[in-house]
Design a protein around this ligand. Sequence first.
Ligand SMILES: [Zn+2]
Length: 582
Amino acid sequence: MRASQLYFPTLREPPSEAELISHKLLTKAGFIRRVAMGIYAYLPLGYRSLEKIARIVREEMNAICAQEIFMPALHPANLWEETKRWDECDEILFKLRDRQERPFCLGPTHEEVVTDLVRRDVHSYRQLPIILYQIQVKFRDEPRPRGGLMRAREFTMKDAYSFDKDEDGLEKSYQAMVRAYKRIFYRCGLRAIPVEAEAGVIGGTENLEFMVLSDSGEDKMLICSSCGYAANQERAERRKPFEEPINMYHQDTMLPLEKVFTPNRKTVAQVTDYLGVSAEKLVKTLIYIADGKPLAVLIRGDAELNESKLRRLLGVPNVRMADPDEIRGLTKADVGYSGPIGLSGVEMIADYDIAEMRNFVTGANEDDHHFINVNWGRDFEVTRFADLRFAKDGDGCPRCDSGLLHLRNCIEVGHVFKLGTKYSDSMNAKFVDEDGVERPFIMGCYGIGVSRILAAVVEVSHDEDGIIFPITVAPYELWMIPIDMNDDDIAGAAECLYSELIQAGVEAVIDDRDERPGVKFKDADLIGAPIQIIIGRTYKERGCIEVRLRRDKKPSLVSAKEALGHILQLRSTLYEELMPRD
Ligand SMILES: [Zn+2]
């Protein structure tokens, strides 16, 4: 490609609304343009990179015998009503009506559509397993779309769905997908870590997120430096920080319990301000209803209850916060004055943190009053201690004896789920097994953010001059800069090498524009093709062409005659670096 013909409108300044480096650089380098909030167009360079990522995804999906299909973006509401997600996903669904007033949505994911397809045509265990995938645009009506391609309202995903006859089959499909995912991210130049995660609205039993460490990532994960345990912040467990039985004889002596007047002080901040203590000295008493029964959850004032942990601990489906009337019925006080003392007949579950606390503040179960110098064991009994808050930096690792968890920002680039029968049950999708018995399909679903990979690559691979593309994802492998196209020697050598490169199948751009060398260098660095070729002074003086890598810019000089061989060698080395060895 000739730069004089290539449509790559680079900008001097990034768009003012851009916060993330990938948003800034992809816009500045002429890869993407914003059409509306959270909606982007891909210009030629951006689309080439996107297609390269898609090609890698396709190759790895096909290698595990997943079959490519293409489903509609427009989904009839009735399919989503079958799984109840028409209402459950209301916050993110783009809903619309056709001219007959029939309701539709723009698909954010395709479990309903694919399950409907399979239930119509697959009836026997002999037709299983099946893995279907597609690469397609998805839609999410994000309340605050920002970050360019990182969290857009229209984005490109690879989504795959496996249908098996039993759990063993699902395990095989799932593990094949996990291996394929590792290869895909590696080939894209990303070091993605599989982490344990919560299932969210997709549902199901087991799942993993693939996370790329990046300071700008909006997800958070905890990772153990000793054993490698990794989980996202919602899922991360922590080591029990004490031995059973709990040592009751702390160094602090228990002070006399005292009820104090705290008029209109309800929040942690209000109470601790008023009493002049820190939030670590207060214990919040949260009233929950689990399967119709009230229970109290005790959490240190500076921490936040992780409801998923509470749900998992209780093991019952219906867990919710009590409403103000229920709280008053139980505690005889307003929300904000609940406390553990005197709450009879209520299970009292305390976070691990509470075990080590002495002389703390709690609500007094009386309006405008709190207790100070509260001590568990003396003033009330804890039914059980458990891991209930979000894990944080420095917590003990739950999988090894000595490791500590480190909190890191990260970008989610993929997610795999074992769905089990969640969708096949609700959509009545069944096959007949070996014994002639009808059974629901055992399903898995597997997503990769194709457009988000592009953003993630830029987030983790750039410098102050621009993008540094891995060769597999770069829009062009090589960018050639003849510093003066009006110089016949330089132009002649450049054109000659360019046609050799094209013949050899190298994806090369020759910057044949009549621009100052500074402009050409700036654009080449901004766009970030991995191999740069400079034909200028050293060619005039010594017949040498300068070859350098975008990532280190260390020049090596090769004679014009040897240039092609040298470049081809360099190119295959760059590809080899990104070949997974598994
Ligand atoms: Zn560990």
